[in-house]
Design a protein around this ligand. Structure first.
Ligand code: OXD
Ligand code: MN
Length: 588
C-alpha cells in the first residue's frame, strides 16, 4: 500500500516486537470494514442492533475495569522531566520504552495486527497531520474509521514524507496495573497498552490531536485545543464562528449542536456544528485566527442525550454508529441510556455489563461515561465548512467550567492577555470522563489539564505569543458558566438552546453592538443586554447569575496563587501581573 521506507521500517520494528499471527493494512474500503464488523459480531465483540431502526449500528461492551480515561497512567515521556511540567506524569523515554517493550513482547502472537493510516483534518489541508495506529483491536479499527479519515488516500497524501505519528496500541490483557497511555512528543510516538477504552486508545483523538499536536503546535506556531467549534447564522445570512473550551462531559457536544429557542428560529437564526471536541487553530493569511476540527466523528457521552437536550446528536447516532457500554433493549434490539427518556422502556433490558436490569435497583443501566461513536456527517446541523481545508475564522473564544457558585453566567476579558489569564485559571468540577472522584473542583486551564503535551507554563506563554500582532483581528475571549445553582442546588440558568442568548451577547460584543458594564472580572452584561424574550426567568435570578461574590473570589484568588506556584519561573510574568490586577480590582 505504500513504498514509504520510514513507514515500512517502523512497521517491521513493531512487527518483530509484537510478533503478530497476521498483518492487515486498513485500506478504508467499506468492504474491508464490513468484513471486520461481521467478524466482531461472530466473536461477540459487537452486537448488531436492529437494522431497520438503527441501520449500520452496533453495541460494544468494554471490560468492566476499562471504562474511562486513566489520567494517573497517562505519561508524557520527553527527555527532560522539566519539559513535561508539574501537571503531567513523566517518565524517562528510555525507561518507558523498555517497560512497554517488555509488556508488548509477543503480545500479538495469537492476534491480527491492523495498520490504520489516518489523517487528522481533511486530507491535504494545510492544517492536517498524518498518523498510523497499529492495533490488535477490531473495535479500535472500526471506531477510528468513524473518528478520522483513514486508509489508502492517507498513504497517498503522505507519500515519502517522514512527518507522521507512530502509534502502537495493544489491548493486551486489559490489566489496569499495567495500563499505560504514553506519549513521546520528541519522537512523534504514542503507545497505548492494556486498555481498549476510546479516550485511551483511539489515538487520533486525545493522544495525537491534543497531546502530541499541542507540542507540535508550540514548535510550529499554532494551537491544538480542547474546543468545540460552531457557526451562528444570523437572519441576514452572515455566519460567524466561535470556539469554546469546556472540560470533558460539560456540554461541548450539546453546545456545538444547539437548537435555537423558537422565537430565534422564527427570526431566522441557525447554529451549525463544525466540531464538538477539538480545534486546531492557526493564523491565516488575513491575520485572523482560523480553526479546523481535525476529527471526522463524535465520540460523545451518551447519558443525558435526548430528543430534548440534543436532538441533533441523537439523530447523528441513528445510523452507522457504535455504542459502548449503554443499555441493550433486547425486545427491540435497540439501545437506551439514562435521561434518553424519563423511564427506561418496559422491555427486557441488559445493563452495560450485560446483566438483566429494569431500572428499579437504583444502579445506572448505562455506564455514566458510556459513549456513542457517530459520523459527523450524520449530524443534521453539520456545517457546510466541516470539510473546508482552511477552516473557519474565529470571532470569539469561550472558556467555561462547571461551577456551582463562583463564576458568573458570562463575562468578557479586557483583552487577549487577560483572556489567556481567564483560561489559565479555569476551574471545574470533575466528571465521569476520567477515573477518579466526581464533582470535586480542580484547576483545568483551557480544559487542557489532562491533554497538554508539554509544560503548562510554556503553554500559557505560547497562548500569549499567539495573540501577538493580531490587534483588532484577535478573537474576543469570554468565560461562561451554565452550571450556577440556587440554594437548593438546582441549576438557575435553563441552558441548552437558551445558551444562544448568551452567544448572541458575545457576538454583539465582538461587533460592538452589545452593551456591558465593567466589573472586577471583566465586561459583563446587565440583564437588559441579554435578549430574554420568551424565557421564564426572574430579574432576581438573572442578578444572581451575573453576580460576583467577592469573598468567594478572594478565596479563589488564594487557590490561583497556589496553583500558579507549581509553574515556578515558567509562569509568564504577564499572568502574574494579571493575577495582581484582579486582586487589585477585587479590593484587598
Ligand atoms: C472526551 C473527553 O472523550 O474529553 O472527549 O474525555
Ligand atoms: Mn473531550
Amino acid at each position: 500500500m505504500t513504498t514509504n521506507k520510514q513507514v515500512l521500517n517502523w512497521i517491521e520494528e513493531i512487527k518483530s516486537l509484537v510478533t503478530p499471527k497476521e498483518v492487515i493494512w486498513i485500506d478504508g474500503s467499506e468492504e474491508q470494514l464490513e468484513k471486520l464488523r461481521q467478524e466482531c459480531v461472530e466473536t461477540g465483540e459487537l452486537i448488531r442492533l436492529n437494522q431497520e431502526k438503527l441501520p449500520g449500528c452496533y453495541l460494544h461492551r468494554s471490560a468492566q475495569n476499562d471504562v474511562a480515561r486513566v489520567e494517573g497512567r497517562t505519561f508524557i515521556c520527553c527527555r527532560d522531566k522539566n519539559d513535561a511540567g508539574p501537571t503531567n506524569n513523566w517518565e524517562d523515554p528510555q525507561v518507558m520504552y523498555a517497560r512497554l517493550k517488555e509488556l508488548c513482547s509477543g503480545v500479538m502472537k495469537d492476534r491480527t495486527m491492523y495498520i490504520i493510516p489516518y489523517s487528522m483534518g481533511p486530507i491535504g489541508s494545510p492544517f492536517s497531520k498524518i498518523g498510523f495506529e497499529i492495533t490488535d483491536s477490531k473495535y479500535v479499527v472500526l471506531n477510528m474509521a468513524i473518528m478520522a479519515r483513514i486508509g489508502q488516500k492517507v498513504l497517498d497524501q503522505l507519500g515519502d514524507s517522514n512527518d507522521f505519528v507512530r502509534g502502537l496500541h495493544t489491548t493486551g490483557s486489559v490489566d489496569p496495573e499495567n495500563r499505560y497511555i504514553c506519549h513521546f512528543p520528541e519522537d512523534n510516538a504514542i503507545w497505548s497498552v492494556n486498555s481498549a477504552y476510546g479516550g485511551n486508545v483511539l489515538q487520533g483523538k486525545k493522544c495525537f490531536a491534543l497531546r502530541i499536536a499541542s507540542f507540535q503546535g508550540r514548535n510550529e506556531g499554532w494551537l491544538a485545543e480542547h474546543m468545540l467549534i460552531l457557526g451562528i447564522r444570523d437572519p441576514k445570512g452572515n455566519t460567524r464562528y466561535i470556539a469554546a473550551a469546556f472540560p470533558s462531559a460539560c456540554g461541548k457536544t450539546n453546545l456545538s449542536m444547539l437548537i435555537p429557542p423558537k422565537s430565534f428560529l422564527e427570526k431566522g437564526y441557525s447554529v451549525w456544528t463544525v466540531g464538538d471536541d477539538i480545534a486546531w487553530i492557526r493564523k491565516g493569511e488575513d491575520g485572523r485566527l482560523w480553526a479546523v476540527n481535525p476529527e471526522a466523528g463524535f465520540f460523545g457521552v451518551a447519558p443525558g442525550t435526548s430528543e430534548k437536550s440534543n436532538p441533533n446528536a441523537l439523530e447523528a447516532t441513528r445510523k452507522n454508529t457504535i455504542f459502548t457500554n449503554v443499555v441493550h433493549d433486547l425486545t427491540d434490539n435497540t439501545v437506551w441510556w439514562e435521561r434518553m427518556t424519563k423511564q427506561p422502556p418496559a422491555h427486557e433490558l441488559r445493563n452495560w455489563k450485560g446483566e438483566p436490569w429494569d431500572g428499579t435497583d437504583g444502579t445506572p443501566g448505562a455506564h455514566p461515561n458510556s459513549r456513542f461513536t457517530a459520523p459527523a456527517i450524520n449530524c443534521p446541523s453539520i456545517s457546510s465548512e466541516f470539510n473546508s481545508p482552511n477552516g473557519v475564522p474565529l470571532d470569539a473564544i469561550i472558556f467555561g467550567g462547571r461551577r456551582a457558585k463562583t463564576a458568573p453566567l458570562v463575562y468578557q476579558s479586557f483583552d487577549w492577555n487577560h483572556g489567556v489569564f481567564v483560561g489559565s485559571v479555569m476551574g471545574s468540577e470533575t466528571t465521569a470522563a476520567a477515573t477518579g472522584q466526581v464533582g470535586v473542583v480542580r484547576h483545568d486551564p483551557m480544559a487542557m489539564l489532562p491533554f497538554c503535551g508539554y509544560h503548562m507554563g510554556d503553554y500559557f506563554a505560547h497562548w500569549l505569543k499567539m495573540g501577538e500582532g493580531l490587534g483588532e483581528k484577535a478573537p474576543k475571549i469570554f468565560n461562561v458558566n451554565w452550571f450556577r445553582t440556587d440554594d437548593e442546588g438546582k441549576f438557575i440558568w435553563p441552558g441548552f438552546g437558551d445558551n444562544l442568548r448568551i452567544l448572541l451577547w458575545i457576538l454583539g460584543r465582538c461587533d460592538g453592538s452589545a452593551g456591558a458594564v465593567e466589573t472586577a472580572l471583566g465586561w459583563q452584561p446587565s440583564t437588559s443586554d441579554i435578549c430574554l424574550d420568551g424565557l421564564d426567568i426572574t430579574e432576581d435570578e438573572m442578578n444572581t447569575l451575573l453576580s460576583i461574590d467577592k469573598d468567594l473570589w478572594k478565596t479563589e484568588v488564594e487557590g490561583i496563587h497556589k496553583f500558579y506556584e507549581k509553574f515556578g519561573d515558567r509562569l509568564p510574568k504577564e499572568l502574574k501581573a494579571q493575577l495582581a490586577a484582579l486582586e487589585e480590582r477585587l479590593g484587598k
